[in-house]
Write a protein that binds this ligand. Sequence first.
Ligand code: ADE
Length: 232
Amino acid sequence: MRIDIISAVPDLLESPLNHSIIKRAKDKGLVEIHIINLHDYGKGSYKQIDDYGFGGDAGMVIKPEPLYRAITDLTSQRKYDQVIYTSPDGGMLDQGMCNSLSTCGNLIILCGHYKGIDHRIREHLITMEISIGNYVLSGGELAACVICDSIIRLIPGALTDETSALSDSFQDGLLAPPIYTRPADFMGWKVPEVLLSGNPRLIRRWQEEQAVERTRKLRPELLDNPCIENNN
Ligand code: ADE
């Protein structure tokens, strides 16, 4: 997989995309991430990328020319599965969307900034808009990092124990069951007996019951969602 991220503040992307599972996936050659500085496509000696919005609203808008040049520079070199724009207006990122994006070959992620981008670019060049929640961030870079992290960990080989992505919360439409490690008794707080039983069938059944119970208690709306397959 190749991900090209276009940003007006590329430094914001550096650390989150260069550690832990993402770094390992890059080192293993499972993913290439290229960060493109939008200012490189800016106009004139000041490399201008923004301007006042028409209509008198407060706030700067990213101009269409640098966006057009940055996106078409990439799309003229290879085919992309999606040209994503991070925006609170977009479809809400969920595990289903992550699973499907993780099977893509090439993706562009355009990070919004200031008041947003000229709408003509959204109409003509963007193929998918993604929101990471019903709140407004100062820019799309953190959203781009969330998108990258949530999809890269699903690429086969990115996690050391491949089955662990399958047991993540949401993979079966349910929250994950509680997990424990040694010691079995910490200050009198005991690990549930069944987990020490050594009986895989009993343990699996307990984990399934806990997943349903926790979902019912903490996120009951997940059980009402007919799009999500679960054991209920
Ligand atoms: N940019 C600003 N807010 C955002 C959000 N909630 N999701 C994605 N991109 C954004």
